[in-house]
Design a protein around this ligand. Sequence first.
Ligand code: SF4
Length: 395
Amino acid sequence: MRELSLYIHFPYCLYKCHYCDFNSYVVKDSSSLQMPYIEALLQELKVAKRNFSLQSFKTIFLGGGTPSLFEPKNIGALLKGIEAELGIAPQAEITLEANPKTLSREKIRDYLATGVNRFSMGVQSFQDRFLTPLGRLHTGKEAIQALSLLEEEAQNFSFDLMFGFPEQSLSDLKEDLSWIDRFNAKHLSFYNLTLEEGTIFAEQYRKGKLKLLESDLQAQMYETGIQLLQDKGYSLYEISNFSKPGLESRHNLNYWNYGDYLGLGAGAVSFLSRTFLGANACIPQEKDLYGFRWTNAKAPETYLQGAGKDCSQHSWEKISSAIAQKEFWMMGLRLKEGVSIEKFEKRFGPGSYKPYSGIVESLLRNNWIEHSEDRIRLHPKGQLLANEVIASFFI
Ligand code: SF4
């Protein structure tokens, strides 16, 4: 049977970063909200267990929002509840997203004692002159302190760096990247600032108060980052993600390999193929059904009122086999190793690759993708045009 992952969304943050369009809500003090939220998550899991054919989880990702606002004892209660309800596979990867403002040595130790075995910290930059306009609450110094604590206490941690800030130069980027030598992070996410609708940045841009970098400079930054990170011993395994050998994020690999996952919490998305759907009243059983994707109510209050009562609060999206094939390309092409034709046909049936061979041929002619042995992957030239390449499969 295929692997099953669990994503749990924690929607609260201490502040709203200016670029952020995640489902997050500012709360000054979350202490009274924590246990009711954990209880709702466990209730939702109980109902999911009743409705679907689930099994123990191979990876769990506690994401947000800011999960590290939640006290370790509450995270412990959640993980115990999951273990009791469906089980957590031995050697499961259990990641907690953390904000530098919320970590202490004691807290890291207490999280580790609950079963969390991987941390992912949002840093974005080590320079205050970029952190402040980004709307981050922490300083560069606080990020360094928090990473030092993770280095001392945790075996496995990752952190996020961003590039393409307004007014950032190539040497500013190199300065941020130079901090990487200081920590023994096993994994790094390195991604481009993008302008998302509904964010403070989008509003500033609309009013002419925010000037974005030229796309050529952003492309140069991406290439510089890839080169520097590879020189430091990190392998690029996905468009924005790097790891030390064998320490890729197993949870995110499951997404990119078009795997199944259950999502719990406000605004969380779930995606289950027929293997895990079972027979239940929420889902119409249709002929060419590959699976279903659904999204929980976004607002925490609405989620808390409805959690686990029935399926009505979800918005359901049927995934036919034709859609699944395109999404498989979309996710797989993000990976350095690309898409295996053999795996594609194993998933979608003999001959299922054939209708895509024309698209592949034309992308090969443009040097946007490469084809070697069984795999089709982005050409280095195509990495900067990943969205255009992927869009070709949706025509
Ligand atoms: S801490 Fe993360 S989730 Fe919260 S507002 Fe900032 S980017 Fe968004």
